[in-house]
Each structure stands twice: as C-alpha cells, then as structure tokens.
Design a protein around this ligand. Sequence first.
Ligand code: ZN
Ligand code: ZN
Length: 345
Amino acid sequence: MAPLHNRVSQKELKERLLQETTPRTTISFYHYFLISDPMAFRDALYLSLSSLQVYGRIYVAQEGINAQISVPSDRYEELKKLLYAIEPLNGIRLNIALDDDGKSFWVLKVKVRDKIVADGITDASFDMQRKGKYVAAAEFNRLTKEPETVVVDMRNHYEYEVGHFENAIEIPSDTFREQLPMAAQMLQDKKDATIIMYCTGGIRCEKASAYMLHAGFKNVYHLEGGIINYAQQVKEGALENKFKGKNFVFDNRLGERITNEIIATCHQCGQPADTHVNCANEGCHLLFIQCEACAKKWDGCCSAACQTIIHLPEEEQKNLRKGLDKGRNVFNKSRQRRPKLTEKE
Ligand SMILES: [Zn+2]
Ligand SMILES: [Zn+2]
C-alpha cells in the first residue's frame, strides 16, 4: 500500500514545487453531503489525489468536503473525472483561480474535522441535508426586486464594510458561530418572508440557510457560489449588478473590486477609502481601513503609539511583543468598539 502521508520534509517539497515547470491549476470546491465514515473517505481520497500529483488542503467531515488544491494543468480533466466519479460530487462546480501561479501548495493535506465550517451548533436534530434553495445571479436580481425579500450578509463585519449587496442586512458579529443565532433573532418576525443568505464563495451561506430552516423560517435561499460566482455571472450575462464596492478576499490583495463605488471610510480620517491593511507594528497587526494620505502620515500604523514603536530598535520592539496576545485583532466598526483609532494610546 502506498503511504498515506508525506515522508519528505516540507522545505524539500517546497523546493521541488518551485523547480517544477509544468503549469498548475488552482481549484477550490466544497460540497455538503453525508460522509458516514470520514476517515475511510479521507484515506481513499488521499491515495487517488496523490496519484494525480494534487497538492493542497482538504477538510473532510461527516457533513461534507471543502478543498483548495492545485493540479498539473494537463491532468485537470483526469481530476475532474475522478471527483465526478464520487457520486455526490458528480457535476459540482470547480472554481478555477484565474490569477494564480499554482504555487500556493506543495504538499497534499487531507484532514478529518468535526465540521467543514465551524458553526457551534450543538442541537443534534440540526440537519445539514435540509438546506435552502440555490439562487443564481439572474434569479437573485429578480427576487430582490420584490419588497418582501430580505437579503442577509453572512460574512464578517469587515467584509461587509467595504462591499455588499444593496439593502443587505449586516449581522454584526466577529464569528460565524455567533452570527447564526443572531441572524435568526434579528429576523424573528420575518419567518414567512423570502430570505436570501449570501457569503463570499457560498460555503457559509449554505450552512446558514439550513440553520434558518431549522429555526423555523420557511422560504430560505442562498446565493450559489457566493459573491465570486455572482460577479462572474453578471459579467458573462451582462446582468444588472446589485453588489456595491469590493469583495474582501483573504489573499495578498485583501479584496477584489466589483464596482467603482467606495462605500467605506478611512478609520483614521473619515475620508472615503476601502483598502484594508494590517498595522505596520507587528505587535499590533490590527486589520483596519486606511487611506493613502493616512498611510503616509502614520507610516502604515493604526495609531501614534504604534508609529512610535516601529521606530524603536528591533530588539526593543521584540521585547515589547513578548507575551502579547493579539487574538483576533480587527477594527470592528459595527460595534463601535474602537471609535477613534488615533486616540488609542
Ligand atoms: Zn485617512
Ligand atoms: Zn497598531
């Protein structure tokens, strides 16, 4: 039997990848379906994907699969065939990353998890198989014209802040697990309304739609493939675009512009801005919105205190960082937790 784990060092594997000249395609996909034996599923998947030289990160849970992988481009069709041969995955959408060099992964990791999206749900009667209906871009546009339709953003507050659908409701929490009960609470008098949940790529809102049904809501939809897929459909089908601003994504760009409107403001001076940065002081690293003028004025820092720190000798900065626990250091405007950054001392 072939080994189920890599035996070569990470460093060596990375070097091998960087020397590879065959182009790679980066793909992501997820699917909620019942996997009764995640461990066995994991082992079989690991073996078959290894044979195609697939690299990446895959989570397998009883509720489904979530994958970010890369494959040698000339083996893409083989990969597709292999995945589609797994009955519940037959025909699923494989999202191809367009502006990607395929060098993000150099090892294949398939991990068994409790859930593919942590949700904090403890109710054993919650059933991920009973989820809302998919809605594509054209149908989304049609439904949102009806006055009774409620659109709910299931992303984090900082994602909502720089871009969202017209009239979308923000669920002002830092975590998805808190957002689920909060959404049901906020909409408790809308149990018969048409409710459309959305998120970046669809994985969160699909779970949220199941949660809302579980909580007694009757007409629940979720945007198929999330904002990413919506933006593509709008472009390809020349449809009306109801998303305003930037789609926040976790890569080096920290966001992909969808329309030219800037709907957020600089957290330091209040001028229109929607560029997320991390505070230049490593001991702070706060995620916040900063305009170009403020970036210059504060040397990329969130406060005068941080600006002072980055000009100290490196040794002193290291000492200051010792024992610091930043946790999830995010400027949360929706909670007014840090009303004025520059006043922070
Ligand atoms: Zn500013
Ligand atoms: Zn800072």
